[in-house]
Design a protein around this ligand. Structure first.
Ligand SMILES: *Cc1c(COP(=O)(O)O)cnc(C)c1O
Length: 368
């Protein structure tokens, strides 16, 4: 029986092996492992790619969020409006700086926060809005930015799943005060370990983020604030410098795989394939379908029995987790999504036969 995992990183590594190998060896021989020439060069290359003034490399996507919120002056008692349909790190970062995540419901088409609900959630303590570009598809930044301007809110974007994705012809992450990216190995631009990046056009934000990532100091041993040990390391930066020039191509391959899935799955009753807004360019970090009529779990179980790995992103909306349950919210659209979504295997070089097999098995399972 074939075993199909969510993600196969080996074709890309094989393709780039010589360059990656050379880049890693150079770092090792240089003896400079932390904040050296590769981090500096990668920050510049990433800033150019994203179309922003500054990029600051950090330890992880989570730290990118924490440091951006801190640098934007968000702290104890402040409220930050966000989506409950995301990886835990989004809300965890808000809590880590002492602020309170305020969850609002999602747009059921894109799974991203519904900006029409921001207005109702704003209080005198609201300081920021933190949209997530889930699965690699843009949240409605036009409306989010308009609401943020109206209520004078800071905008920090969680772009962990959407490096290279676009909204109205521009790369995501540059529209608000800061964009936060993750280089966790499974992300569309993955390192060989943890890593993250803050993108911003704001000089003060960039300067503060650089200070916070290095124990709150700009000058060695002269610490100005309590900061973090959160640097992107040289080996990760060297690997990312090899991978970044390939990203447009690999994201385009992901889009091709996604379109092929759409063709195979669109006609199956009970399945809703992902929506891609005309003004957005999806990067399909995840290819996530909806399976209605309460059949999601049985389809997933059947696929697992056929050797096909799938994932539910995410089974528990964050407002339902014990740590956030105090709020007693009822967010019906997100709760329905959590019961219906299923992410299928996807990677840039995924073979047609694997997709055909998965589609056949889904067709069979849904009619059981
Ligand atoms: C992966 C992810 C993060 C966290 O990134 P790390 O690099 O793993 O810390 C944050 N938010 C979302 C939506 C993510 O998918």
């Amino acid at each position: 029986m074939k075993k199909i995992q969510m993600l196969d990183l080996s074709p890309e590594v094989k393709l780039l092996w010589d360059k990656i190998n050379k880049a890693i060896q150079e770092v090792v021989l240089s003896g400079q492992f932390i904040l050296g020439p590769n981090v500096k060069a990668f920050e510049q290359e990433a800033a150019n790619y994203l179309g922003v003034k500054h990029a600051v490399g950090v330890n992880s996507g989570t730290d990118a969020l924490v440091i951006s919120l801190r640098a934007a002056g968000i702290g104890p008692g402040d409220e930050v409006i966000t989506t409950p349909f995301t990886f835990f790190a989004t809300a965890e970062s808000i809590s880590r700086v002492g602020a309170i995540p305020v969850f609002i419901d999602i747009d059921p088409k894109t799974f991203n926060l519904d900006p029409g609900l921001i207005e109702n959630a704003v209080t005198t303590r609201t300081k920021a809005v933190l949209p997530v570009h889930l699965y690699g598809h843009a949240a409605d930044m036009k409306t989010i930015l308009a609401q943020a301007e109206k209520y004078r809110l800071v905008v920090v974007e969680d772009v962990a799943q959407a490096f290279g994705a676009e909204f109205k012809g521009k790369k995501l992450g540059a529209a608000g005060n800061a964009g936060c990216y993750s280089f966790f190995p499974s992300k569309v631009l993955g390192a060989f370990g943890d890593g993250g990046l803050i993108a911003t056009n704001d000089d003060h934000m960039a300067e503060t983020a650089r200070m916070l990532r290095a124990h709150g100091s700009t000058k060695r041993y002269y610490h100005e604030v309590i900061g973090y040990n959160s640097r992107l390391d040289e080996i990760q930066a060297a690997v990312l410098r090899v991978k970044l020039p390939e990203l447009e191509r690999s994201n385009e391959k992901r889009r091709q795989v996604a379109r092929r899935y759409n063709d195979l799955l669109d006609d199956i009753p009970g399945i809703t394939t992902p929506y891609e807004a005309p003004c957005a360019k999806h990067v399909y970090h995840q290819y996530t379908v909806r399976i209605s009529d309460g059949k999601r779990d049985s389809v997933q179980k059947y696929l697992a029995g056929q050797g096909i790995e799938t994932r539910v992103h995410y089974p528990v909306p964050l407002h339902k987790l014990p740590v956030y349950r105090g709020n007693r919210l009822i967010l019906s659209k997100v709760e329905q999504a959590a019961a219906e979504v299923l992410s299928l295997p996807i990677w840039p070089d995924m073979e047609n036969e694997l997709q055909d097999y998965i589609a056949d098995m889904i067709k069979f399972a849904i009619n059981l």
